[in-house]
Every structure is written in structure tokens, then in C-alpha cells.
Write a protein that binds this ligand. Structure first.
Ligand SMILES: O=C(O)CCC(=O)C(=O)O
Ligand SMILES: [Fe+2]
Length: 227
């Protein structure tokens, strides 16, 4: 399932991010791709671990920690420090699947990638092309969101970024290891949690039906979460 989360960053925050990112050094993105992905990756990235990437990445992580929709959808255990990319002049990333396991930067600790995230840092009007196309059970879904909005998609999916033929597409991207590895179980928990959240203002706080559903949510989470 694809989940869009609006306004992870405000337009003001995006403007500040872009001032710094647009003035920063960009490296060839293919340098950090795996053997197979290297041949289809034509974009640029800010160096991992640079002071700018670390500072902006930490800002994104603080925002995500305070975004209930993200917590509900991802049930995150580990989040890869956000990276930053840019596609221009026909830049593209052909069809690929993200590596299943990744070393956390500067560490011997590995994480499993359950969810992939793109946080858009350019408005759709700024560039042509640059759709993130994700293959799912119901076909290909093309995603191009407003600046500050983010999409989450299963890391198991084949995906690509179509060529940017005008302007530049700037984004942050990263991966999440979830407490609930199975995509089907995670989606059931998300749907149940969202229904409970929507019902909560409509009934009394001690409504037995709501308490029971909340109990079901936590008992399923107890069953499926592997902390
Ligand atoms: O730029 C994006 O939206 C996705 C990037 C991507 O798929 C990757 O770096 O693995
Ligand atoms: Fe990818």
C-alpha cells in the first residue's frame, strides 16, 4: 500500500531546506548504488554524513517522530538517516528494488528495509517528469507530491523515477525497518488504527465498542510486533 503524508515539512521549512541544498555540493548518485542499480541510476546526491545532510536529516526525523500518521503507518523500529537527491537534465532512476539489508552509516549494525520513503522538496510545477512509479498488486501507481509531502511504499516493490525533462526534482529519501515486518499485517494494523482514530471523537471515551476495538488493536500488535 502507498501512503501519502501531507506537510511533514511546512512550506517555510522546505524553503529553508532548499536554500541550503541548492547551494550545496552534489555528487554523482551512481557512486553509492549497488551493481545492478548503478546502470540505471542517473541523479545526484548530497554526500552522506556531510554536516548539511546530518542536520537536515535530524530535522526530518524529529518531525516524523511527531507525525501520528507516520507512526501508525510505519510502526518504525529503525529509520535510515535521511539522504538527499536531485534529478535534472534528463536525470532518472530506472526500475530497481532497494537492497533488503543496509548498514547504518559508520556502523556495523544492519537494518532491514521494510518501507521506502520519498519526501518531496520541490513543487510539482518546478519540473516535468520525475514521477515516482511504484509497481503494486493493482498495477503501477505514479506519485508526484507537493513540496513537504511524503510517500511511503513497501520496499519490496519495483520502482523507478521517470526522467526529469525540465527543472529539477529535489527530494529526501530513506528507509524504515518496521516493528511489523509483514506488509499485510502492517496494513491491517494501520487500517484498524485509522478507523479507531476516526471513531474516537464520535463516541463517549468509555464506549465499550471503542474500548474493545482498541483492545483488538493492541493485542494484534502484541502478536505481530517484533521489538
Ligand atoms: O528519488 C526517489 O524518489 C527514489 C529514490 C530511490 O528509489 C532510491 O534511491 O533507491
Ligand atoms: Fe529505490
Amino acid at each position: 500500500m502507498l501512503i501519502s503524508i501531507d506537510q511533514v515539512l511546512t512550506k517555510d521549512e522546505v524553503r529553508q531546506f532548499r536554500q541550503e541544498l541548492d547551494a550545496s555540493d552534489w555528487n554523482d548518485g551512481a557512486a553509492t548504488a549497488g551493481t545492478l542499480a548503478k546502470s540505471v541510476k542517473r541523479n545526484q546526491q548530497v554526500a552522506d554524513g556531510s554536516a548539511l545532510a546530518v542536520r537536515l536529516g535530524q530535522h526530518i526525523l524529529r518531525r516524523l517522530a511527531a507525525t501520528p500518521l507516520f507512526i501508525s503507518a510505519a510502526l518504525p523500529r529503525t529509520i535510515y538517516p535521511p539522504k538527499f537527491n536531485r534529478y535534472a537534465d534528463g536525470g532518472t532512476y530506472g526500475a530497481h528494488v532497494d537492497s533488503a539489508l543496509m548498514f547504518l552509516p559508520g556502523s556495523s549494525q544492519q537494518m532491514r528495509t521494510d518501507l521506502s520513503a520519498t519526501l518531496f522538496l520541490a513543487e510539482p510545477e518546478e519540473y516535468d517528469g520525475g514521477e515516482l512509479e511504484v509497481e503494486g498488486p493493482f498495477g503501477v501507481q505514479a506519485v508526484k507530491l507537493g513540496a513537504g509531502d511524503m510517500v511511503l511504499y513497501p520496499s519490496t516493490s519495483l520502482h523507478r523515477v521517470t526522467p526529469v525533462t525540465r527543472g529539477a526534482r529535489v527530494a529526501s529519501f530513506f528507509w524504515i525497518e518496521s516493528l511489523v515486518q509483514d506488509e499485510g499485517e502492517r496494513t491491517l494494523l494501520f487500517d484498524l488504527d485509522q478507523s479507531i482514530q476516526q471513531m474516537t471523537p464520535l463516541v463517549a471515551p468509555d464506549d465499550m465498542r471503542l474500548l474493545q476495538l482498541t483492545g483488538v488493536y493492541h493485542n494484534l500488535l502484541r502478536r505481530w510486533a517484533k521489538p
